[in-house]
Ligand binder design. Structure first.
Ligand code: 13P
Ligand code: SF4
Length: 332
């Protein structure tokens, strides 16, 4: 039998009352899913707030690496996901590709003891574990600059995976030299050496979009996420993570126009008559959009029936090293 969203919301609320479960939803989720979240936020906020929550079950509406991060930080919790959707960027690097990236640095004369790996939180738990085991740590787009500033104090080369855009944008902001493995540069000359991964959603924003809005509305501000190409971020008035963008827009005068370059669901929720989506396309994240309200209901029902579905399990060794990498980030 098919239920309407209103009926599903009522059923979800009833199950939430009855079960020891916290529903967690990322800002990029569909509106109706976001609305049933007990904890909402960007990836860093979700990792921290969920760690502090004490329900037995976490029902995580987001992409796979986010659910994994909750499990790693709180192994005693049972983490289930309505859809184990995999972020396209996180899929671009696995353990073997990470090892090959390290080899590329070795071939450029940079020994392992002079490499400090940093992985963006948008990566599989296996990659986080490899980074942790090499003495490295995790970052998110909210704290990447702080993490890199601290890491550089060790005087090592930073291997940044998987997002070449975030790595290069932070390097540009800090006046550091960066390159992408395979771009033909001498890796040993860069401070930050990036893996060649990217977010397909954030590549949708173009310089033509910026030109279009600046011409149409003189005085408009352009605000973008650091997963956008460095050329886009350089041409923006503000670059920030999901929460930083939300705060930036909230602080603008009511009449100030702003065009925002990040995921559609989030920008749409912020939309006022002066907030625009910086694209002629609809920049939705396909994997974030996979989770429906019906999936949330089915997943709660499975907990009620004593047969949880899509539960996240992580082997002990991976868990141990990924936790070290994540906790090094939280400690900063
Ligand atoms: P935040 O860290 O800003 O939540 O971003 C996660 C993400 O996937 C952005 O595309
Ligand atoms: Fe991954 Fe991009 Fe979707 Fe974020 S918007 S979850 S980086 S594919």
């Amino acid at each position: 039998m098919q239920f309407t969203n209103e009926e599903l919301k009522i059923k979800i609320d009833e199950l939430k009352e009855k079960l020891d479960v916290t529903v967690v939803a990322h800002f990029y989720q569909r509106d109706e899913v976001f609305e049933v979240g007990d904890i909402t936020g960007d990836s860093l906020e979700l990792a921290m707030k969920t760690k502090a929550d004490d329900a037995e079950f976490v029902l995580f509406c987001g992409v796979g690496f986010m659910g994994q991060s909750v499990k790693v930080l709180s192994p005693h919790k049972r983490v289930v996901m309505p859809k184990v959707a995999c972020c396209a960027m996180a899929k671009m690097i696995d353990g073997l590709m990470f090892d090959n990236a390290v080899k590329a640095l070795n071939e450029a004369g940079i020994e392992n003891e002079n490499i400090l790996p940093i992985t963006y939180i948008n990566s599989d738990v296996v990659v986080k574990a490899k980074v942790g085991a090499m003495g490295g740590l995790v970052c998110t787009s909210s704290n990447a600059k702080t993490i890199i500033t601290t890491a550089l104090k060790e005087g090592k080369k930073i291997l940044f995976v998987p997002d070449r855009c975030l790595g290069q944008n932070i390097a540009n902001q800090m006046g550091l030299k960066s390159c992408v493995i395979g771009d033909g540069s001498d890796l040993s000359e860069s401070d930050i050496i990036c893996f060649d991964g990217f977010c397909s959603v954030h590549q949708l924003f173009t310089l033509d979009d910026i030109k279009f809005y600046r011409k149409k509305f003189p005085g408009i501000l352009i605000a973008t996420h650091p997963e956008c190409d460095p050329a886009i971020c350089d041409a923006s008035d503000f670059v920030g993570s999901t929460s930083q963008l939300i705060n930036y827009i909230a602080d603008l005068d009511e009449d100030q126009k702003v065009a925002v370059g990040t995921e559609f669901n989030m920008v749409n929720r912020l939309r006022t008559k002066n907030t625009y989506v910086l694209s002629s396309t609809k920049p939705e994240c396909p994997t974030m959009n996979e989770t429906t309200l019906e999936d949330v209901y089915v997943t709660l029902k499975a907990i009620e029936d004593g047969e949880p579905i899509n539960e996240i399990f992580i082997d002990e060794d991976t868990q141990k090293w990924a936790k070290i990498a994540l906790e090094r980030m939280l400690a900063l």
